[in-house]
Design a binder for this molecule. Sequence first.
Ligand code: HEM
Length: 404
Amino acid sequence: MTSTPTTQAVPVPAPHSSGCPFGPPPAYTDAAARGRIVRADLPGGELCWLATGYAEVRTVLSDHRFSADVRHPSFPLLAPGRREMLAANPSFLRLDDPEHARLRRMVTGDFLVKRVEALRPGIQQIVDETLDAMTEGRTEADLVTEFALPVPSLVICLLLGVPYDDRDHFQGLSRTLLNNTSSLEQLTAAQAEILDYLRGLAARKRERPEDDILSRLAARDDLTVDAVASTGSLLLVAGHETTANMISLSTALLLERPEQIARLADPAALPGAVEELLRLLTIVHTGLPRVALEDVELGGETIRAGEGVIAMLSTANRDDAMFGGAEQRATDELDLDRDARRHMAFGFGVHQCLGQPLARAELQIALAALFRRLPGLRLAVEPSERKFRTESFIYGMRSLPVAW
Ligand code: HEM
């Protein structure tokens, strides 16, 4: 096998830089400068591959010779010692077709573009009311806890039929599950708790169904109670943490680039501006894990059957050839006029984000309303005091004190 010497293997997850807080860890961008497929080092000490180039990432995510099944004995784990726990009751995110497709189909209809378009007035109302509550009689707030987290949490609770009053509980569990420094005990307990919580909720919905996703899943006789809980947990966790971090990171970044904020006020430019924020921030900083089922030639290397590959979305989304345009504009800079539509912040292939129409609607509505309502929005602390979520599989912010 051709491989780069172990000494050059990139650690995944790699530490973030103390410099620019909006980019991926420098180890990944350095790796991308060295090659489109390089060796990587997992926390358990296992070696795997890192796909850094746009075309290579696309292949890893769309070629059926790469599996997303976490039960595969050499599936690459971004935190050690978790194989048994993760393989116990995987959601469809970590299963292959046909099982993945069977389960995903059960909820596809709820996230179609047409369905989400109809939700826009409701999302707008949630955004407006959240801003009313945040600003009433005040001139300062923590944007994370008072806006970025409540908006997508309220929306996904409504869709799933999860009581918003339980938010402290499920938001805390989600953070533990997404934290790559959680101990195995903490993780196992958080996973058991969130699945128990959803099993209980599903049992109540079976008795008294309402017009929500959990009620519909709970009523099916082709789904086990465990499958209802794992699908519910995937939707609940993915449905709020991701968008919340995109809202807070986008706001923090735009406050550093105030000359670009006006683009959000132009309804024709808003969707493109959000795509550029998604591209540049690519919050799944740790990349997407897959395992090769057969030998595959990729980027001049041979990936052997059974070897793991991490598809690094953040470097693929900074590929100069794809996103630099004719003028070769810097791809590590925010440029809200860039055509960023082919970014892979939502992944690619059969596992491409199910919730992307919803995330797009939430981001467009939330960011436009925030800057329209608070034109004087500014940081309320020194930039060095902003708290980033560097320990999470999904990059984001712990707090963002702002004033207006
Ligand atoms: C800005 C916000 C979001 C980002 C950046 C994001 C990103 C991603 C990515 C990269 C994947 C692919 C994972 C893989 O291939 O291994 C994914 C899958 C998924 N996302 Fe999102 N997501 C976001 C919002 C949401 C929302 C709001 C929901 C709503 C429920 C959601 C639900 C899902 C689900 C269910 C999957 C699994 C799809 C499958 O395996 O078929 N996501 N997301």
